[in-house]
Design a protein. Structure first.
Length: 359
């Protein structure tokens, strides 16, 4: 046991940090980390080159459109004191952040993060040992002889919609609040960072007369194989415009592997084992939804407390993102362009089928 002086100093350290959590700096640091990895892996440039510049060049070459240019700019960060409300069909809910296309800003709510920290600490108090046992069982299933506790300074956070998703996180035991705040700010920035790129594509597409373009392409499609590529791509992107759930689906799928990449959690099976835990929960979720849709739910009380009848695009995205992590494992960084192509073309139906078959 340490001396009384050491104990008093430790308590004083924690009390001091309890009241000095600088959320502004934490959010700013997470924002910079998120865009640093996007730049390092060339993600924004890859999307612009393949899905915008390439399209423009081929359409302009064949006289279908006038010359056009991309205009992506890194969004600014705005830190808000109050909550951000998101209006969705039949529900208004509080969210950690949002991307504003008109202002080109990522807005993050300090109040949401403060509330999330409190919920997270309560969750960890009640479930931390249960989480470790669950992950240890999975490690044993995969043949690992040790324990999840072998990884020093790694804890597990949760993100909840209809499901509870676990995320590995570096935990500073002397200031858990800071660790939790940094993790949620990073996840939020990655999610909204995808929206900033996604909305840039959709904004450009909205300026194009896609139906007219597709009609013009039909007349020359037989003479140029690259036109077939553009034809298919525009049809896919046109479908994206018509489905309001797809942006949230894609952003949620994107943030999961990117979070693992930023923190390096994809390099060791013990660190991405949480992804397997989440995938099993996803399988149970979809199975439950199917039962309800088929009228096989006999527990009427569950209707008020558990799953919604409709699959949430956030949940589906997180499920799909965890499958990406489990699929690529330590080669996540080497396959980033393949992953981006996959997410760009992701829709609800394909996400459900992939989750079912991966289980």
């Amino acid at each position: 046991m340490g001396s009384k002086k050491e104990y008093v100093n430790d308590v004083a350290y924690n009390v001091r940090n309890e009241f000095s959590l600088n959320l502004d700096k934490i959010i700013e640091r997470s924002y910079e980390k998120a865009f640093e990895i996007l730049k390092k892996l060339g993600i924004i440039e890859y999307i612009e080159d393949k899905y915008i510049k390439n399209v423009f060049e081929i359409l302009h070459k064949h006289g279908i459109i006038e010359s056009m240019h991309t205009n992506y700019k890194k969004p600014k960060l705005e830190i808000l004191e109050d909550n951000i409300s998101k209006n969705e069909p039949s529900v208004t809910r509080k969210v950690a952040g949002e991307y504003s296309l008109s202002e080109n800003k990522i807005k993050i709510s300090k109040k949401f993060i403060e509330s999330y920290i409190d919920d997270q600490l309560k969750f960890l108090d009640h479930h931390e040992e249960k989480i470790k046992r669950s992950l240890d069982n999975l490690l044993k299933y995969f043949g690992y002889k040790g324990s999840i506790s072998d990884i020093k300074d790694i804890g597990y956070l949760y993100v909840a919609h209809n499901l509870v998703f676990l995320y590995p996180s570096y935990i500073n035991e002397k200031n858990k609040k800071e660790s939790i705040a940094e993790a949620i700010a990073l996840l939020t920035t990655l999610h909204e960072g995808w929206h900033s790129s996604d909305n840039n594509i959709l904004n450009i597409l909205n300026k194009l007369d896609i139906n007219n373009i597709l009609m013009n392409i039909d007349s020359i499609i037989k003479n140029d194989s690259t036109i077939k590529y553009i034809y298919d791509l525009l049809n896919i992107l046109d479908n994206i415009l018509d489905n309001p759930d797809n942006p949230e689906l894609r952003a949620s799928a994107f943030e999961v592997p990117m979070y693992y990449l930023v923190n390096g959690f994809y390099k060791d099976v013990r660190e991405y084992i949480a992804a397997y835990h989440n995938i099993l929960k996803c399988g149970e979720y979809i199975e439950e939804i199917n039962k309800r849709k088929n009228g096989n739910n006999n527990n009427k009380q569950d209707d008020k407390n558990n799953f919604n009848y409709d699959l949430s695009p956030y949940d589906l995205g997180y499920c799909y993102g965890n499958i990406i992590v489990a699929k690529y494992k330590s080669s996540l960084d080497k396959n980033i362009h393949k992953i981006i192509d996959d997410i760009i073309h992701l829709d609800k139906e394909r996400a459900i089928e992939v989750i079912k078959h991966y289980i």
